[in-house]
Design a protein around this ligand. Structure first.
Ligand code: SAH
Length: 480
């Protein structure tokens, strides 16, 4: 095989440039996996050996949730699809290589039905018209299909006829919901809903458990890979009936519920109230009695547990892309569970958080999972095991007596420079970094630890660079 055939995907998408969703689609799938493996090794290799990435057997049409914006061209033709990257211009999509094929064909048929029913699409600028978006979700195991019509108002005179016509074309649809979103907002779904057909939600099975999915529920979009990811996380935790588990950032409780099958007790914590509500009803649906869910900030919750002298044996943590908070990690280290299983959707923030967690833990296993083929996203599951007390990296004593605060695990000057360059496109010197660090009372390298009066000819960090450095210090959790 020539180098170029290996690099180029023969199924490359014609809309790729405009859409921007599949950053790696010009590579063959084999090449994409290599790219992801290499990236993980660069970011995580210093913590331990990175296992082989778990790829997909069939990396196409895996998205079981498909959302399309509706509009018209200047010539009046109906279009539906994605917003051109960075704009609010709709790119018409008939089929997409990562979206569920049934979902795509329903969306296209809805678009084709609009003229006959005299349904206008919504015009964001003029704020007139009716249909804004269509959202389709399909249960991977059950095959149940939900169609959500997102409209600017609830006045839908032809709704009975439209529902009947859509069901005639797509008898596989099990529920149709009208969602009303009159607001001038980037959010797709509004607060009000009217069920036009069926029960208003679909069900699906994951890891042998049954879940209810309503229009707004968070649910992993690639169930095939999610099962592999959770199976790996549960395998790493090696649970038994004596283990108490925390599922932090638990969403609708999927990992916790899967863990509850073998663990003694499970405690789930999640910030989003709707997700907690779904998690509780999912526990009931599966008759799980050894799991409780709390709605709270995961860091506050862990901190409270530590204060009350409570602990867990295993902590699963699955934070959003921004990673975990300093408070969460500090409480985790104070609680000191035997094992931590970190599930991450962003290897960059994962690496940042691992620097802190490895003060008391050793990274034993790292497995990347390809949850989103053709995109640059990588999911990772990491097993951390508590270090014996003698191996714990000593926290410097008497920090309170020093004029500056010291945090073990602070980023190096080099890491700060790299971050500022890649996120802000700016080059900053060690001198500037130390000037900003000093402003926040952080320890600086001896060479730069001079009061300004002693060296008044030093160049001063310009405001734009100062802002970028502050951003990096926040990112590395060195300041709040
Ligand atoms: N573990 C779940 C969800 C992971 S997504 C699953 O696999 O399906 C990350 C979750 O963290 C989201 O549900 C989000 O609402 C939640 N979250 C974000 N910030 C949080 C915080 N500070 N405390 C608790 N949960 C938070």
């Amino acid at each position: 095989m020539s180098k170029s055939t290996f690099r180029t995907n023969p199924d490359a998408c014609p809309l790729a440039k405009k859409c921007g969703g599949c950053q790696l689609q010009n590579m063959t799938y084999e090449r994409q996996l290599k790219w992801k493996q290499a990236r993980e090794e660069i970011l995580l290799g210093r913590f331990g050996r990175v296992g082989k990435i778990i790829g997909m057997d069939n990396p196409y049409h895996y998205r079981n949730k498909v959302q399309a914006a509706f509009g018209r061209t200047k010539g009046g033709k109906y279009i539906s699809g994605v917003y051109q990257s960075g704009t609010h211009r709709i790119v018409n999509v008939d089929s997409c290589m990562i979206e569920d094929e049934t979902a795509d064909s329903i969306t296209v048929d809805i678009r084709n039905m609009l003229p006959a029913f005299r349904i206008m699409t919504y015009d964001e600028d003029k704020r007139t018209g009716f249909l804004r978006h269509v959202l389709i979700r399909r249960g991977f195991t059950t095959g149940e299909v939900m169609a959500v019509l997102v409209a600017a108002d609830s006045y839908f005179p032809m709704k009975k006829k439209f529902t009947a016509a859509l069901l005639e074309r797509h008898p596989e649809i099990t529920t149709i919901v009208l969602n009303i979103n009159p607001k001038d907002t980037n959010l797709v779904l509004g607060d009000r809903e009217e069920v036009l057909y069926g029960k208003g939600y679909i069900e699906d099975e994951l890891c042998g458990l049954r879940f209810a999915i309503s229009p707004k529920s968070f649910y992993q979009i690639n169930p095939v890979q999610t099962e592999k990811l959770y199976a790996k996380a549960i395998e790493y935790a090696a649970l038994d009936k004596d283990t108490t588990v925390i599922d932090a950032y638990c969403g609708i409780g999927t990992i916790g519920l899967a863990a509850a099958k073998t663990a003694g007790q499970v405690i789930g914590v999640e910030l989003n109230r709707d997700a907690v509500h779904d998690a509780i009803s999912n526990a009931k649906r599966n008759s799980m009695k050894n799991i409780r869910f709390y709605c709270a900030d995961a860091g506050d919750f862990m901190d409270d547990m530590v204060t009350q002298g409570e602990r867990a044996d295993v902590v699963f943590m699955d934070p959003p892309r921004s990673g975990s908070s300093r408070k969460f990690i500090d409480s985790l280290l104070n609680m000191a569970p035997e094992k931590v299983v970190y599930i991450s959707c962003n290897p960059e923030t994962l690496a940042r958080d691992l620097r802190l967690i490895t003060k008391k833990y050793k990274v034993q296993k790292i497995t990347p999972v390809d949850m989103f083929p053709h995109t640059h996203h990588i999911e990772t599951v990491v097993l951390l095991v508590k270090l014996p007390p003698d191996d714990v990296i000593k926290v410097k004593p008497d920090v309170s007596e020093l004029p500056v605060s010291i945090h073990d695990g602070d980023a190096t000057y080099d890491e700060i420079k790299k971050y500022v360059l890649s996120h802000h496109g700016l080059k900053v010197s060690s001198l500037y970094i130390s000037q900003v660090k000093r402003k926040f009372g952080l320890k600086v390298t001896e060479a730069y630890n001079k009061p300004k009066s002693e060296n008044s000819h030093q160049p001063q960090c310009p405001p734009e660079k100062e802002k970028a450095i502050i951003n990096a210090l926040k990112y590395f959790k060195m300041i709040d």
